[in-house]
Ligand binder design. Structure first.
Ligand code: FPP
Length: 232
């Protein structure tokens, strides 16, 4: 029986950092780190199902990651491609809804259609929603939202209207953000949406992140007192 947490995040967001360092430390090319990173994604999806988390969003490719070598970028695309194709049946069997945020236009056409197809196929599942942030940046999300608002001709808007134009319009705000590898920053993830998220930094490199680290993080979340600017 899985440990029953008194309180778990409804929406968990993960900044998977340290793939490159994990590989370099072992004398391996960086893409080996990403490959092992995919296994950690797979494990984490199972932990979400086991502990009852409803939404989990992975920062898989940021608007800044285009600065990396073509070889590394192509490697990440290949991993995504094979990961989704390989897990086709599994996601359907586990009733996992697949979603993405970010601007897919610059992605290879086949990868785009694999993703879009999959989003369509799994859209009615509601047990667990997995979102991949792809070519995603919090600033870019806001700028695209503002441009949509301008196109609609609004003179002024409410917070609710702005939220409706963000890529995350169908997701609740993240309750808990885990970043691995010891770095302590948000790196342009869901900036607006994380206004009241609880933050957690783990020293472990993402490919090594396992159930022990996951439950350790959830135990920290369990003890956090969320006040949203009010008094407890
Ligand atoms: C951060 O580590 C990791 C990334 C920028 C890419 C993460 C991508 C994957 C795990 C593959 C995507 C596939 C799926 C299925 C989501 P880093 O390279 O910045 O590590 P470093 O800071 O040690 O160099």
């Amino acid at each position: 029986m899985a440990y029953k947490f008194k309180k778990i995040p409804n929406h968990l967001a993960i900044i998977m950092d340290g793939n490159g360092r994990w590989a370099t430390k072992r004398g391996l090319p960086r893409n080996y780190g990403h490959k092992e990173g995919v296994n950690a994604v797979e494990r984490t999806i199972n932990y979400c199902l086991k502990y009852g988390i409803k939404y989990c969003t992975f920062f898989a490719f940021s608007t800044e990651n285009w600065k990396r070598s073509k070889e590394e970028i192509d490697g990440i695309f290949s991993l995504l491609r094979s990961y989704i194709t390989k897990n086709d049946d599994l996601f359907l069997k586990k009733e996992v809804k697949i979603n993405y945020i970010g601007e897919l236009t610059p992605f290879p056409d086949d990868l785009k259609s694999i993703l879009v197809n999959y989003v369509k196929k799994t859209k009615d599942f509601d047990k667990l929603t997995i979102t991949f942030a792809l070519n995603y940046g919090g600033r870019d999300d806001l700028v695209r939202a503002v441009n949509k608002i301008i196109e609609k001709g609004y003179k002024n808007i409410t917070e609710q209207q702005l939220l409706q134009e963000l890529d995350t319009k169908d997701l609740p705000e993240p309750d808990f953000v885990i970043r691995t590898s010891g770095e302590q920053r948000l790196s342009n993830f869901m900036l607006y949406q994380m206004a009241y998220s609880e933050l957690y930094f783990s020293k472990v490199y993402w490919p090594s992140f396992n159930e022990k680290h996951f439950t350790k993080a959830l135990k920290v979340y369990e003890k956090r007192k969320r006040r949203y600017g009010g008094l407890s």
